[in-house]
Design a protein around this ligand. Sequence first.
Ligand SMILES: *[C@@H]1O[C@H](CO)[C@@H](O)[C@H](O)[C@H]1NC(C)=O
Ligand SMILES: *[C@@H]1O[C@H](CO)[C@@H](O)[C@H](O)[C@H]1NC(C)=O
Ligand SMILES: *[C@@H]1O[C@H](CO)[C@@H](O)[C@H](O)[C@H]1NC(C)=O
Ligand SMILES: *[C@@H]1O[C@H](CO)[C@@H](O)[C@H](O)[C@H]1NC(C)=O
Ligand SMILES: *[C@@H]1O[C@H](CO)[C@@H](O)[C@H](O)[C@H]1NC(C)=O
Ligand SMILES: *[C@@H]1O[C@H](CO)[C@@H](O)[C@H](O)[C@H]1NC(C)=O
Ligand SMILES: *[C@@H]1O[C@H](CO)[C@@H](O)[C@H](O)[C@H]1NC(C)=O
Length: 623
Amino acid sequence: MRSTTPVTHWVTLALAGLGLHPLLATAVTIAEINGNKFLSSYAGKSVTGVTGLVTAKGPNGIWIRSTTPDDDPATSESIYVFSNTVGSNLTVGDIIFLNGKVTEYRSTATYIYLTEITSPSSVKVISSGNTVTPLVIGKDTLPPPTDDFSSLDGGDIYALPNGAANISTVNPVLDPTKYGLDFWESLCGELVTVTNPTVVVRANSYRDTWVVGNWAATGRNDNNGITMSDKDSNPEAIIIGTPLDGTKNPTSSKMGDQAETITGIVTYTFGFYYILPLTALKITSPSAAKSTPSTLQSSSNCKALTVGDYNVENLAPNSSHLPKIASHIVNYLSSPDLVLLQEVQDNSGATDDGTVDANITLSTLTASILSISGGKTNYSYVEVVASSGNLDGGAPGGNIRQAYLYKPDVLSLWKPNQGSASDNTSVVLGQDGKVELTFNPGRIDPGNEAWAASRKPLVAAWRAKGGKKPFFTVNVHFSSKGGGTSLQGDVRPPVNGAVGKRELQAEVTGKFIAEILKLDPSAAVVAAGDFNEFAFVQPMKTFANVSGMKDLDEVAGIPPAERYTYTYDMNAQELDHMYVSPSLASSRKTKYEHLHINSWANSADMVSDHDPSVALVNVCGCA
Ligand SMILES: *[C@@H]1O[C@H](CO)[C@@H](O)[C@H](O)[C@H]1NC(C)=O
Ligand SMILES: *[C@@H]1O[C@H](CO)[C@@H](O)[C@H](O)[C@H]1NC(C)=O
Ligand SMILES: *[C@@H]1O[C@H](CO)[C@@H](O)[C@H](O)[C@H]1NC(C)=O
Ligand SMILES: *[C@@H]1O[C@H](CO)[C@@H](O)[C@H](O)[C@H]1NC(C)=O
Ligand SMILES: *[C@@H]1O[C@H](CO)[C@@H](O)[C@H](O)[C@H]1NC(C)=O
Ligand SMILES: *[C@@H]1O[C@H](CO)[C@@H](O)[C@H](O)[C@H]1NC(C)=O
Ligand SMILES: *[C@@H]1O[C@H](CO)[C@@H](O)[C@H](O)[C@H]1NC(C)=O
């Protein structure tokens, strides 16, 4: 980028004054070192006569900006000089001259390299007290691209296969007008200002905080976070890292908070482009929490049944968040008739002592709900007890599983026949001509390879008060994205961890539901839970395709920006979904709400890492 410091002529004179010929054949500009690609063509080479203005100092080096900028927006005019000692005699505002070696550095094989100068020598101060003016992003620079991260993603960051190419091997020419990674790379080392930043996700445990400035951002939701959508995972956001002056960013920032305009250095570290601010981020106007309870009204019978879904994050009997989960279920989900839970741990929590039953965890939760509801809501629960040997993944010894809470005066199991961990429930036509399950509740094909070290779906058939035939629920918790690579990493498209596993799980679950719908095309079926995947990515397309189920977000017309239940990196995103069978999809009674009570909370107030959702369905089976 063009520097705003017009000192070229002056430096030429100064260099001449030092007895150095300004047109030395070996002198190289910072733009030439950075080049218009990710990796420098000077990597591994010694350079001499590099001239720059010191724009900032860090504990292990300094950043310098070219005094002879070019006109190419793809070439950064600034660079990091890595050295513990180089900064000791230098002051921001010095124009210096140095020799050194161009190095491409990364700490981890899947990260993008940072171009830097190492082993600086012959450092000479040419002048001091020069003005240092940051580049205002979007004003002195291009605006950040809003959709695509890299030309190597082929327009879809979740396209399969993952990991088809690496930036470090292809080393594409930067196009900062189109691609987010190219944009931030073209500013690497630069001192920049983000005007009026909005926090888009709560600070992480290192107090690093994702923001967007006063530039165009796509996917803005009601709380000023940014929600990802098909082919748009929001490259316009930037993470504010550890301040250079030793101060600390706030821990309590959250989605939608307004912060003071901030200035810092663009760099790449920990797998992301960062701005290292000169001083800590300051929140000027915290967002008011917009948490409102569900508006869906149950009729306490089959005509308008409320169904909640909540990943309760490793819930154990003694979890400090158990009463808060109970309070959420009563006060925000409005005590749905049926609640699909994920991540219920066994009675000994994460202690690996052979305990597999979760009845104490569940009865502690229902007792807490009973108490918080003032004796009004007395849930019953069902689960399938896990087998011993930690076969379902998650924290070893926790044996997380799905479970149901239900109101016994509204719902009961249809021809109950408790399944065990290894029982393979199947869909059959009963003697009454109605579809039923051989094990109810039961698990779907628990021996299938698809579920190795993962949670098997918990399926149940219900008799709803007034209903003429069973209503089916499939409660899932697919494999997590663990093992994936950074959205801003070297590997393109990034590795979507365990996507192949989820694809198999989607097929097995989808096939099971298809059997219900083959025997009864008008059956009421709700499949919900933590699918650990986005609706627009292949496993979920497969699930919809194979099962014949409809995405309830689409059915209920939830605005795309409000389709989120989780936050990760810069994005509000949707890992949890409800899908409904065609008869429910075509009913005007069907409704759906996401309650963003955790996504919008700061770290201290967050109860689970997922948001719950509630649906309203007519399951009378009159069709
Ligand atoms: C800093 O200046 C002092 C005094 O002139 C000198 O002894 C020292 O070597 C300099 N340090 C560096 C890193 O140049
Ligand atoms: C990309 O880099 C990773 C990590 O170094 C490596 O495992 C992988 O094989 C590379 N992929 C390609 C397509 O070169
Ligand atoms: C719950 O009990 C386990 C041991 O069974 C213990 O490790 C854990 O710290 C306890 N958690 C709380 C919140 O008391
Ligand atoms: C839990 O189940 C076991 C049998 O598996 C039973 O002995 C115990 O009483 C149950 N506890 C509760 C709280 O329901
Ligand atoms: C709640 O339901 C259980 C049966 O599941 C019953 O034993 C208990 O008395 C009920 N409690 C209240 C307060 O209604
Ligand atoms: C479990 O049942 C399904 C049908 O629901 C069947 O396709 C599968 O082969 C069965 N698995 C085993 C191990 O019997
Ligand atoms: C859906 O299934 C049909 C065949 O039933 C197939 O042609 C199509 O490719 C599938 N689509 C997806 C997204 O899996």
